[in-house]
Design a protein around this ligand. Structure first.
Ligand SMILES: Nc1nc2c(ncn2[C@@H]2O[C@H](COP(=O)(O)OP(=O)(O)OP(=O)(O)O)[C@@H](O)[C@H]2O)c(=O)[nH]1
Ligand SMILES: [Mg+2]
Length: 584
């Protein structure tokens, strides 16, 4: 299926044409039929000579209903521009064309209707010239009469040619289904309709809906008037939602693949069309089927920041348009450059931002995003519409390579400085480093650590011996001298305090390999272990605790933990009767 929207001045024969082509009534409301005028969007479809199907979104031409027109053409990439032969180019011909141009619509046909009333030549020539100057470029033109049916076969063939030129839909893409209508069906509940431009919908799918906390579930799908289990882009689709009250959604809402879109109320955009010179401070942003008031803050010559009255699921590169509702005037097209722009707080920030925006063109650019954001989660970028195909530095974090290298250098500096300021600590706590480097995640700190640094017990430091601070080294030296002739006697707790060896100092000395800790306040010199094994090997095997204590000339306070440590290291083995042997 392909979907095409009509466009053109009031009464130029759009609905008559759709009716003649499809046999369906695009004017759904009694009021529309009574007044002979389209007010809201109409929907109809028909088969083409190729066997394909074309679905029409028929829009109103009256200037009062331009917002409805925009909701219809917003999600549709092709247009049928209708001009009456007897009236020629008119104000809403121009306004509708300006809207299509602003949205960047690149595919279309010119249909000159009411050709039974006047020579279609002049209207065709004028319209062609106007259209040629827009994103639509040169278009095929067909003259028809909705009354006599003249020209309709040619138009059907032209529609087939147009369909063949349209790019194929992105079937794997996430769904962003702009709702253009919502209503209630007795017994089924809420139904919304829209144009599915990419991806696919299935019965049972769960989708996100702005304003609803829970996901909504697809209970049923209809397309071309028939129930389906699946709808693939491009298609006109009616979606029946389970348990969603109708007042929860309507035109301008979007059903979304969960987790794939970033909702934003702040975007930086490039304007096309009229220059931004005397831009009103408030305008209406039209995108998809949505129309949202925005406050405009000019930045560069053709770039502005828009503050939206409510958040929308926008992507980098989205096309939209700004309209001044008071003046009935399409102000210009919008190309979304950034959906998560930085706040402008510091002096000069707006000028700097304008310089950045001048370099952007709305094409997703991973390297550029990384350069500007420095560190960002892959999922965050994907939700902005920037494919994040790069190797993460940690978890799903992506980093700008230069920034990452600088962070690595700073980490090394911070760890050395911390080591100088806290010589008794075994490295810098990971969380202190995270704060110091202003990183959002501990994982990033750990990923930045390079040998000889390592992460151990929540700290980053270099393993192995480190120079002990002077006073600690001196205290250890005193222990060595005092206990030289009785190496298996440990200093009493009081003596340790006198020597200035508190728990932190002992910890540092132990980590530096200058002391061996048997229990909290039981320390020996580090060569005591090997020497003890030598002494114990000289005893008759097996030996008792008491025999070991006497041979080592020490107390139970040392002998008990010392033998237990030797057991753990496999140097001695404890027998069932508590005697031990030296393992050889
Ligand atoms: N003679 C003649 N009359 C036509 C033709 N097409 C439309 N009309 C008449 O023109 C009038 C307007 O036609 P519509 O089809 O309602 O025009 P429209 O463009 O849909 O108008 P809006 O939706 O209000 O913008 C109606 O009275 C139609 O009968 C045509 O090809 N020949
Ligand atoms: Mg109409």
């Amino acid at each position: 299926m392909f979907v095409v929207a009509t466009a053109g001045h009031v009464d130029h024969g759009k609905s008559t044409l759709v009716r003649a082509l499809t046999g369906m009534e695009p004017d759904r409301w009694a009021e529309e039929r009574r007044r002979g005028m389209t007010i809201d969007l109409g929907f109809a479809w028909t088969a083409l000579p190729s066997g394909g199907t074309v679905a029409f979104v028929d829009v109103p031409g009256h200037e009062r209903f331009v917002p409805n027109m925009l909701a219809g053409v917003g999600p549709v990439p092709a247009a049928l521009i209708v001009v009456a032969a007897d009236e020629g180019w008119m104000p809403q011909s121009a306004e509708h064309l300006a809207a299509l141009d602003a949205l960047g619509v690149a595919y279309g046909l010119l249909v000159v209707t009411r050709a039974d009333l006047a020579d279609p030549g002049p209207a065709t020539a004028r319209a062609r010239a106007e259209i040629a100057a827009t994103s639509l470029g040169a278009v095929e033109a067909v003259a028809v009469s909705g009354l006599t049916g003249a020209g309709l076969p040619e138009l059907r063939s032209a529609l087939d040619r147009l369909a063949a030129r349209l790019p194929g839909p992105a079937l794997q893409a996430p769904v962003r289904f702009w709702v253009d209508r919502s209503f209630t069906v007795r017994g089924s509940g809420t139904v919304v309709t829209g144009t599915l431009g990419a991806g696919r919908l299935r019965v049972g799918d769960e989708l996100e809906l702005a304003g609803a906390d829970d996901l909504v579930r697809v209970r049923g799908l209809h397309s071309l008037g028939e129930a389906r289990s699946e709808a693939t882009a491009v298609a006109r689709v009616a979606v029946n939602l389970r348990g969603t009250p109708r007042d929860q959604l309507g035109r301008g809402d979007a059903l979304l693949t969960p987790g794939r879109f970033h909702r934003t109320d702040l975007v930086d955009v490039r304007l096309s069309g009229d220059p931004a010179a005397d831009l009103p401070a408030t305008l209406t942003l039209h995108v998809g089927s949505a129309a949202v008031p925005v406050r405009v803050r000019p930045l560069g010559p053709d770039t502005v920041r828009l503050r939206l009255a409510r958040p929308l699921p926008l992507l980098v590169g989205d096309r939209a348009l700004l309209r001044d509702p008071g003046r009935h005037h399409v102000t210009g097209g919008v190309r979304v450059l950034d959906v998560a722009p930085p706040p402008l707080v510091r002096r000069g920030a707006a000028v700097a931002r304008a310089r950045v925006l001048a370099e952007l063109d709305g094409r997703p650019d991973l390297a550029g995003e990384l350069r500007r954001r420095r560190l960002v989660r892959a999922g965050t970028l994907t939700r902005m519409g920037v494919p994040a195909q790069a190797a993460p530095v940690a978890g799903d974090w992506l980093a700008d390579p230069d920034h990452w290298r600088r962070l690595g250098e700073r980490l090394t500096e911070e760890v050395s400085r911390y080591g100088r300021e806290h010589p008794l600590e075994p490295g810098m706590p990971v969380d202190a480093l995270r704060q110091r480097l202003a990183l959002p995640d501990r994982l990033l700190v750990e990923a930045l650590v390079r040998p000889p640094l390592r992460v151990h017990a929540g700290r980053v430091g270099a393993p192995g011996a480190r120079a002990l601070p002077e006073p600690v080294a001196r205290a250890v030296e005193r222990v060595r001298v005092e206990y030289a002739d009785r190496p298996f006697r440990a200093p009493e707790a009081d003596r340790l305090v006198e020597l200035g060896l508190g728990p932190r100092e002992i910890g540092a000395a132990v980590r530096a390999g200058a002391l061996l800790r048997l229990a909290d306040t039981v320390v020996l010199l580090p060569d005591a272990l090997d020497n003890a094994v030598k002494v114990l090997a000289g005893l008759p095997q097996p030996f008792t605790l008491s025999a070991a204590r006497q041979a080592l000339d020490t107390t139970r306070r040392v002998a008990v933990p010392l033998l237990e440590l030797l057991d753990r290291r496999g140097a001695t083995r404890r027998l069932p009767d508590d005697a031990r042997v030296v393992v050889t």
